[in-house]
Design a protein around this ligand. Structure first.
Ligand code: ATP
Ligand code: MG
Length: 336
């Protein structure tokens, strides 16, 4: 078992990234170890280049994401933690796989359509090619399982298609089709201002998200001001089905408390959100405060964080090297 996943250093790391990704990965660490496998988590800095960012913002965010992972419990002695740019084999394999992936396959990717919007001609080639780099990220390590959000499922299907075609074209079994790991427990956290949109790094309204670096007051304020309807808590989770704001706050509470949404609704049934929101704010401060404090400490100690990333990259590079060489040889390239 080898689990591989990544997160882009594109700023404003938020509660959705924590509950939907990082916390899930932390929980999986022990299971992967028990199965005698390896966990590899990387900062997808090459992916961050596909949409314009100031170079300094990418650097800062690389430290922020690394700090968030370590502070949340990704242990660099148990998982391989690294930044993608330090392992050139990702880029090298991506180029090779560019010749396996078909233009028609990439044309079907919905994330490109969403992110490029109306300005397709002005989008970077990197944004279009993003799914091939993502395929390389996981195929490089013969990942067996890739924890992803719903939004990345289509890209993982593409990685599987690329692996299949490569193996057929070159009559080999070098590339392993990875399984998506879409945890049912991984919640999708919505914006605090508009529960029809997901909480995201790129939302211009800071009040719409809880940033992992927010101080206690900001966390409490944002939950107190979160949009809700005027009704009190219903009698069951099912009864909230047409109340997206209420559902979102209950989802967040349940995920932070490691309880089921049903259980949380039962405790607050009939009470107004005027009393639920402060309870949620207190819970969030209690759970996120210590992670933030450790993040802040690590962000101030960039040297140690970078040393961990460098060590992780060395381990990742040594795992990647034999596969990359075999792929190059299978394609007829003279290497080594
Ligand atoms: P962007 O808006 O730049 O795409 P993002 O907030 O979607 O940023 P990503 O770096 O694309 O962040 O995603 C990192 C991880 O966090 C992925 O596994 C993704 O599925 C997860 N994730 C992102 N937003 C949420 C959310 N609102 N709820 C749950 N999980 C989320
Ligand atoms: Mg995203």
């Amino acid at each position: 078992m080898r689990v591989v996943s990544g997160i882009k250093p594109t700023g404003n790391l938020h509660l959705g990234n924590y509950l939907g990704a990082i916390k899930q990965w932390v929980g999986m660490q022990a299971d992967v170890e028990a199965a005698g496998g390896e966990s590899m988590y990387f900062i997808a800095d090459l992916h961050a280049l596909t949409e314009w960012s100031e170079p300094a913002a990418i650097t800062d965010s690389t430290f922020e994401v690394s700090a968030a992972m370590i502070a949340s419990g990704i242990d660099p002695t148990r998982s391989i933690l690294f930044n993608q740019a330090r392992v050139p084999a990702h880029s090298e394999l991506a180029w090779l796989l560019n010749n396996v992936a078909r233009v028609g396959w990439l044309n079907r990717m919905t994330q490109f359509k969403d992110k490029a919007g109306k300005n397709r001609e002005g989008a970077s080639v990197g944004l279009y090619d993003y799914p091939v780099l993502m395929a390389a990220d996981v195929l490089l390590y013969r990942a067996t399982h890739v924890p992803v959000g719903e939004d990345q499922k289509q890209h993982l299907e593409l990685a599987r298609d690329i692996a299949t075609k490569f193996n057929l074209d070159y009559k080999t079994d070098l590339l392993l089709e990875p399984e998506p790991l879409i945890s049912k427990a991984a919640p999708r956290i919505m914006s605090l201002r508009d529960a029809t949109q997901k909480m995201s790094k790129s939302n211009p309204s800071d009040a719409a998200r809880i940033n992992l670096v927010d101080d206690d007051d900001a966390i409490a304020q944002k939950f107190r001001k979160a949009k809700t309807d005027p009704e009190p808590m219903g009698a069951s989770w099912e009864s909230l089905k047409d109340r997206p704001e209420a559902k979102n706050l209950v989802t967040i509470f349940a995920a932070l408390a490691d309880r089921t949404p049903d259980d949380v609704v039962a405790e607050y049934a009939g009470q107004g959100f005027g009393s639920f929101k402060p309870a949620l704010a207190d819970l969030a401060v209690a759970k996120l405060g210590p992670i933030r404090d450790e993040m802040v400490r690590l962000i101030a100690d960039k040297g140690s964080v970078d040393a961990e990333l460098r060590k992780g990259a060395e381990r990742a590079a040594s795992l990647a090297a034999p596969l990359l060489r075999d792929v190059q040889r299978a394609m007829g390239l003279r290497v080594g």
